[in-house]
Design a protein around this ligand. Structure first.
Ligand code: HEC
Length: 219
């Protein structure tokens, strides 16, 4: 199922790319870029393919006799991104106490018992290290939003079986990762209302890029 899913996502991404390229009036191109950069900011390293793929853009595209327009149900399958304000979060809930079980079964082999041991990405600790000579980017030291943590776990983890957790399991796994980072308590209930209110330690540690834009040089 995961394979079929990702094949569909790739096809959609190609289709989306073609449509954006074809609808290449300055206004719509700028709009597409804006949509993408908003998402890129919102989910840090993990921009959502689905966002490029807008019915409005599709409607402007000429037809070249290839492919077919996705149905609303097909779009729904890939339109799973969650924005920093929590839009897109699925109904459900979880606590770190419940998440310990999910984490032990589904995450620990790669991230270690406390999130600090690896062998894969270190996801806990490192707070206060960003301005040192050995910055450690973890969920607790770096990530600006708890909502995008939910989004990331929901779409990408466990790395070897992505998108196999239920919404409740995602809330619980996210709660446990936040608990390992000292951000929430063991019994704090996280759901679509409380998760967006979680204050991440590095929330205000991001600054706008101060470098001026430079025009493209012609070769
Ligand atoms: C098979 C190994 C594996 C399993 C199991 C796994 N992960 Fe990961 N995880 C990874 C790898 C590899 C990355 C880095 C991926 C990348 O950078 O593209 C990662 C990245 C992450 C990150 C982002 C770290 C960062 O700051 O960029 C989080 C959060 C995370 N995993 C949480 C989880 C949770 C929660 C589970 C269990 C539900 C889980 N992972 C299960 C391998 C795994």
């Amino acid at each position: 199922m995961a394979t079929a899913h990702s094949r569909f996502a790739i096809a959609a991404a190609i289709l989306g790319g073609v449509c954006v390229a074809q609808a290449f009036t300055p206004a719509s191109a700028a709009q597409a870029v804006r949509q993408r950069s908003v998402i890129a900011q919102g989910t840090s390293q993990h921009p959502a393919v689905a966002q490029v793929f807008r019915p409005a853009v599709l409607a402007q595209s000429p037809t070249f006799g290839v492919g077919k327009a996705p149905t609303p149900d097909q779009l729904k399958l890939i339109d799973i991104d969650v924005t920093p304000d929590g839009k897109g979060l699925l109904p459900g809930s979880g606590t770190a106490a419940k998440g310990k079980d999910v984490y032990t079964r589904r995450c620990e082999t790669c991230h270690g018992p406390t999130g600090k041991e690896g062998p894969q990405e270190v996801i806990a600790g490192g707070q206060g290290s960003l301005a040192t000579s050995k910055p450690q980017k973890t969920v607790g030291s770096y990530w600006p939003y708890a909502t995008t943590l939910w989004d990331y776990i929901n779409r990408a983890m466990p790395f070897d079986h992505p998108s196999t957790l239920t919404p409740d399991e995602v809330y619980s796994a996210a709660a446990y990762v936040l608990y390992l980072n000292g951000v929430v308590g063991e019994q704090d209930v996280l759901n679509e209302t409380t998760l967006p209110k979680v204050q991440m330690p590095n929330r205000n540690g991001f600054v706008a890029d101060p470098r001026p834009d430079t025009p493209l040089k012609k070769k």
